[in-house]
Design a binder for this molecule. Structure first.
Ligand code: MF3
Ligand code: CO
Length: 249
């Protein structure tokens, strides 16, 4: 069942989204060669707590950390640890925060120092795929219109979209209906209505779309071990168009 948010619930989601955006802003400042992913996790948690919010990922289905930190061929759900970032890496950071019982969820992929032109092109294309997805978040469109727009753009750039993981409705729970795939035909799926809140999250691979999960049960990597990028926003559907909730205000 797709839940429509009340104006009060939307206010909580704006605050949760702003905290998430603050974390990603701080991550952009802190990502650098020599930094470990667990240091980034600690900084993220401090930002969330200092703003009166709760980390949404920690404890979710047993997930141990505040952020997901996914380096290079890791697609999503990388667990922070002692890994030291090195110049030329790319790192996807995904974070969720809860305010008054409502969630915000967003992700971005950052360069570690100077990166290759190829990796920069991957980041730019994945960020653009998210923008294109959000442009489709208008009342009367269907979820499939978002999916199709992402897949068409990504494949036009010579990349592939991950099929095994999808975006999602979000609210009191981090994962609500509907699923928001990054692939598929237009004109199918639920109609977008005012008050719907969606976490839209294209995951884009340089090589094939196939992924697998590492032994730790969490970390998703590309099967061919080529690089992958991930950007995500929580978006509110309104009569006057999409409102991105995971932004600074
Ligand atoms: N942002 C992720 C998602 O949309 C959530 C991470 S899963 C967790 O599915 F377990 F780490 F919380
Ligand atoms: Co998400």
């Amino acid at each position: 069942m797709i839940l429509i948010k009340t104006p009060n619930q939307v206010r909580s989601m704006r605050r949760a989204g702003e905290v998430v955006a603050m974390v990603l802003q701080r991550m952009a400042e802190c990502v650098a060669p020599g930094v470990t992913t667990s240091q980034l996790d600690a900084i993220a948690e401090a930002v969330i707590v200092a703003n009166g919010a709760i980390p949404a990922f920690k404890g979710y289905r047993g997930y141990p950390s505040t952020i997901c930190a996914s380096v290079n061929e890791e697609v999503v759900h990388g667990i922070p640890g002692s890994r030291v970032l090195v110049e030329g890496d790319i790192i996807g950071i995904d974070v969720g925060a809860t305010v008054d019982g409502f969630c915000g969820d967003a992700a971005a992929t950052f360069p570690v120092g100077a990166i290759s032109r190829d990796s920069q092109r991957l980041l730019d294309a994945t960020r653009r795929a998210l923008e294109i997805a959000i442009e489709k978040c208008v009342v009367g469109n269907r979820v499939g219109d978002i999916s199709h727009a992402v897949q068409s753009y990504v494949e036009s750039q010579g990349y592939s979209v991950v099929r095994d993981l999808v975006g999602h409705g979000i609210g009191r729970s981090m994962h609500e209906d509907p699923q928001v795939p990054n692939f598929g035909p237009p004109g199918v799926g639920p109609r977008l209505r005012p008050g719907m809140t969606l976490a839209i999250e294209p995951m884009v691979n340089v090589g094939g779309f196939e992924v697998e999960v590492l032994e730790n049960g969490w970390t998703v990597v590309t099967r061919d071990r080529k690089r992958s990028a991930h950007f995500e926003h929580t978006v509110l559907i309104t009569e006057s168009g999409p409102e991105i909730l995971t932004v600074l205000r």
